[in-house]
Design a protein around this ligand. Structure first.
Ligand SMILES: Nc1ncnc2c1ncn2[C@@H]1O[C@H](COP(=O)(O)OP(=O)(O)OP(=O)(O)O)[C@@H](O)[C@H]1O
Length: 232
């Protein structure tokens, strides 16, 4: 599903060059739930943005679902991203003047396959059916994140990228969000999540640690098989 070949990212700050990432080569299969961990500044977000087609690496290639992202024009890449990749962020990124349902249906114009009935069904599954016509300011943090999750999941993307999605949630609500992501991967989607915490450790299939922009550990999570086999 994901093939990273020797990617690097350098930033230039005045005269200084920051080697933020790489070289990193790795493959992630369909249905994996991968955690990216490591100390602050080690390159986690840089890696996630490169994976999402939002940050051109300085070198190497990023392939998602058979498509080399940075061979596409910017317009083509934006379209590919819209269709194939769902994003969930720590700060939710909901539009404040739209209702829950409108936020979830945001990309309907570009993607006619998205439909209102499916959105409502998903919001019922995520247990926010009684908030459909509320705006984000009227929601709890957990409800905001479940709305963002519904928006990401609705188009059934091959890949969901999540950057600290539990960062602003209490432990219980955070665990719930992690469970939804785990379930999405169990259904065949690929999920890559950047996190500092250990909330997702038990449900992830793989944990990758970065340090100074490089992979220092890439561990299959064998302990999860029992938990993952429990239908939630
Ligand atoms: N736009 C930028 N310009 C210059 N340097 C940057 C830029 N973005 C990130 N960096 C640097 O690249 C390195 C990796 O940053 P990145 O945000 O990927 O780390 P991170 O592991 O996600 O950190 P955190 O856990 O604190 O969010 C850091 O040294 C950071 O200062």
């Amino acid at each position: 599903m994901i093939k990273l070949h020797h990617i690097t990212k350098n930033y230039t700050l005045g005269k200084d060059k920051v080697e933020a990432l790489g070289p990193i080569s790795l493959e992630v299969g369909a249905g994996e739930f991968v955690l990216i961990k490591g100390p602050s500044g080690c390159g986690k977000t840089t890696l996630l943005l490169a994976l999402g087609g939002m940050l051109h690496p300085s070198g190497g290639s990023v392939e998602v679902a058979g498509q080399n992202l940075y061979e596409l024009s910017e317009k083509e890449r934006a379209r590919f991203r819209g269709e194939q990749i769902g994003f969930v962020f720590q700060m939710f990124h909901l539009l404040p003047y739209l209702t829950v349902l409108e936020n979830v249906l945001l990309s309907k114009k570009q993607q006619p396959a998205i439909n209102r009935d499916k959105a409502v069904e998903l919001l019922i599954q995520l247990n926010i059916q009684n908030r459909l016509n509320h705006t984000p300011a009227e929601l709890s943090a957990g409800e905001k994140q479940r709305t963002a999750l519904a928006r990401a999941i609705l188009k059934q993307p091959k890949l969901i990228l999540a950057d600290e999605p539990t960062g602003n949630l209490d432990p219980e609500t955070g665990q719930e969000v992690v469970r939804y992501l785990a379930r999405y991967s169990q259904q065949g989607g690929t999920v890559v999540m950047v996190t500092h915490g250990d909330q997702a450790d038990a449900l992830a299939t793989r944990i990758i640690r970065l340090k100074n922009g490089k992979v220092t550990e890439d561990r299959r999570n064998t302990g999860i098989s029992i938990e993952r086999s429990v239908k939630k």
